[in-house]
Design a protein around this ligand. Structure first.
Ligand SMILES: Nc1ncnc2c1ncn2[C@@H]1O[C@H](COP(=O)(O)OP(=O)(O)OP(=O)(O)O)[C@@H](O)[C@H]1O
Ligand SMILES: [Mg+2]
Length: 181
């Protein structure tokens, strides 16, 4: 799963890019929009959002019915679906565990886009269910205290932190030197 301490740090951008790159490496990828508060994956891939994660979790539709295919081979997308009144409850539901099991059987990699960790509990609940977490930090905007707090909360929720992504880092001239330019 991809998360960050605060809003607008680049979670959705990172999740979408990562999903595309893995698909290009011929992994069967499922990108899930688990930001049930401010979903954006359907905009990114220009997809309808009448079906998605919420229609699967509320058993209105099956996973197969709710999946969308992108123009990119090996990349399937599960958009958020209609925004529910109880996002955290849905994410922590038994149906979520069943969905994860099914997704793991059908895909090599399942990537979750999530809301900010410090704002709501959704990311912490997912941290406990997912196999790894990437914490996105927006360079020069993310406060070190906020990032550390988010890290603490995710670890406390039994999440496995794989690493962090430093987003929007201004390239320094000398950075290029090491590429032999
Ligand atoms: N490295 C980058 N360079 C330029 N623009 C970026 C970069 N990363 C993110 N953005 C832009 O910043 C905005 C926020 O990014 P994004 O939607 O990925 O963040 P988010 O963490 O998912 O936000 P939210 O908390 O609202 O879900 C978007 O308009 C995105 O296009
Ligand atoms: Mg987002």
């Amino acid at each position: 799963m991809i998360t960050s301490a605060g809003p607008e740090e680049g979670k959705s951008t990172t999740a979408a890019n990562l999903a595309v790159v893995f698909a290009q490496q011929e992994k069967r990828v499922l990108l899930v929009d688990a930001d049930l508060r401010k979903p954006t994956v359907h905009y990114t891939f220009n997809l309808a959002n009448n079906l998605g994660l919420t229609t699967v979790l509320t058993k209105q539709r099956t996973l197969k019915e709710s999946l969308r295919h992108t123009g990119i081979e090996d990349l399937s997308v599960l958009t958020s679906g209609p925004i529910p009144p109880n996002p955290a409850e849905l994410i922590g539901s038994k149906a979520m565990k069943q969905f994860l099991q099914e997704a793991k059987e059908q895909f090599d990699i399942v990537i979750f886009d999530t809301p900010p960790t410090l704002a709501v509990t959704d990311a912490q609940i997912l941290a406990n269910l997912c196999e790894g977490i990437l914490l996105v930090m927006y360079s020069a905007k993310s406060g070190i205290d906020e990032v550390n707090k988010a890290k603490e909360l995710l670890l406390k929720a039994n999440g496995k932190l794989l690493g962090a992504v430093l987003n929007h880092k201004k390239a320094q001239k000398e950075d290029y030197y090491y590429y032999g330019g």
